[in-house]
Every structure is written in structure tokens, then in C-alpha cells.
Design a protein around this ligand. Structure first.
Ligand SMILES: [Zn+2]
Length: 259
């Protein structure tokens, strides 16, 4: 990445994590969620989160399908008949998801068990910590992208392309599962951005966009074999999405570029 682009990216991360402190609806950072005690399903904040998630699931599904189609075009994979067929099957899997299941033990995680592909299991701490529609749509879309990829990694061509591009831009290691995680995060950010564009309001654009990635504004920044560290996740994600970097910095939406 050229140094100027790198500097803008770091500045945009600053906007995201400053908003985390200023915005009353900001998402709680993952490390802060991890430190919290279990939250019962019946707790009002967990219940409010579960209702928000269930309410937004249909729109999140639509936005994942359109973002996924867009990404396939952006990575010049739309001419592959084999990928097109897999894409149709992936979309059918996304459309089959019906329900969010709140779960105390899942704490600050959300997951899909591919043996139960119609359900997203969502930790109650996580449900309570995502206090905005934008934050919730981003995480729902992340999980829906795992469902789209399915248990045979059927979108692996796309996932590898996204992972390779993020590696090239940032120098971070995005092999294997890490490539899938960053692709899910990218679809999450794209879905949240499309949601912001389609639901105009009085809140600042930068504030709303920041919510889509802000749970990664941690103090203790640790990754594992399958995941980049949270702050490097924001870095890789914004490297892949320069339009979002500009929108965060300028606090203004850009029109979709005609292709
Ligand atoms: Zn994931």
C-alpha cells in the first residue's frame, strides 16, 4: 500500500475507535465483552438485542445476497459458470436461515452449526453489546456469509481472492480460515454500508459506518490461528474497502461507482 493510503487508513481506524467512545449506540469492544459475566436470556439488554437481531435478519439476508453478487463482480469471477452455480446454491442457503437463537454459553460469540443451517446461535453478551442496527447487521451478515460458504467451502475461489488481496495490501498473513473470516467481515461491512445508504437519518454517516466494525476497537489486541487480531481485522477490512475509508474521513456517502 502506498504510504499516503496507509496513513488515511490509520486515520479512519482512529475515527471508528473515537466514535466507540462518543456514540451512545457504539458496539462494545470484544475484550470488554469477554470480561463480562454471563448474561441470562431474559435480561432486558439481551432480550432487546435478540429482538433487534430477529427483526433485522430478513434485511441482512437481502443485503448479503446483493453484497455477495457485487463482490463476485468486483473480483472478476462473474464469468465463471462453475462459481455462478455455486453462488446460486450459496444464496439458497442464506435464504434458508430463519432464526436467531440467543445462547448464554456462547457469550460474546455468534456461530452457525452447519448441521443446523437455519439458525444463527448468538451469545447473549454479544446480543447486548451490539447496540445499533448497523452493528447488528454487520455481525448477522458475517454469520450469513459463513452459511453461504457452507460446509464444503464452496466459495473458496472468492475467499482466496479476497484473502490474497488483503495480504498483498497489508502484509498480514491471511491464509486458510483467516481468509474466510476477513471475507465474512468484508460482507458484513458492505451489508452495513448498504443499510446506511438505504435508511437515511439524522445521525452522522461516519458514526453509523463506524458501528459496523467497532467491536474490534479493543485494548487487548490478540488474534489466533483462525483470526487476525481485532485491530488488524479493521486494518485489513478497510484496506479492502477504500471507499469506506474516505466515507469515514469525509463523513459523507459516495455514490456507487459506475462500472
Ligand atoms: Zn466468523
Amino acid at each position: 500500500m502506498p504510504p499516503e493510503a496507509r496513513a488515511l487508513l490509520e486515520e479512519a481506524i482512529g475515527v471508528v475507535c473515537t466514535q466507540a467512545k462518543l456514540d451512545p449506540k457504539s458496539s462494545i469492544a470484544i475484550d470488554e465483552m469477554q470480561a463480562r459475566p454471563n448474561l441470562p436470556v431474559a435480561h432486558p439488554e439481551a432480550q432487546a438485542g435478540a429482538e433487534r437481531a430477529q427483526k433485522l435478519l430478513p434485511i441482512a439476508k437481502e443485503l448479503v445476497v446483493s453484497s455477495l453478487r457485487r463482490l463476485v463482480v468486483d473480483y472478476n469471477l462473474d464469468k465463471s459458470p462453475r462459481l455462478q452455480k455455486r453462488l446460486q446454491q450459496a444464496i439458497a442457503r442464506v435464504n434458508g436461515v430463519k432464526r436467531v437463537r440467543p445462547d448464554v454459553e456462547s457469550r460474546d460469540n455468534a456461530s452457525v452449526y452447519l448441521s443446523r443451517p437455519h439458525v444463527i446461535t448468538f451469545g447473549t453478551i454479544f446480543l447486548a453489546g451490539l447496540r445499533s442496527d448497523e452493528g447488528m447487521i454487520s455481525v448477522l451478515a458475517h454469520e450469513l456469509m459463513h452459511i453461504a460458504d457452507g460446509d464444503n467451502d464452496s466459495l473458496r475461489v472468492l475467499v482466496a481472492a479476497v484473502g490474497n488481496k488483503a495480504s498483498e495490501l497489508t502484509g498480514l498473513d491471511l491464509q486458510g480460515q483467516r481468509g474466510e473470516e476477513i471475507t465474512c467481515d468484508l460482507i458484513g461491512a458492505m451489508a452495513a454500508r448498504a443499510y446506511v445508504a438505504s435508511t437515511p437519518g439524522y445521525e452522522s454517516i461516519a458514526r453509523r459506518l463506524a458501528r459496523s466494525v467497532q467491536h474490534n476497537c479493543v485494548e487487548i489486541d490478540e488474534g489466533d490461528e483462525d483470526h487476525l487480531s481485532p485491530r488488524n481485522t479493521i486494518r485489513a477490512l478497510l484496506a479492502l474497502h477504500p471507499v469506506m475509508v474516505r466515507e469515514l474521513l469525509n463523513d459523507r456517502e459516495e455514490r456507487a461507482q459506475p462500472r
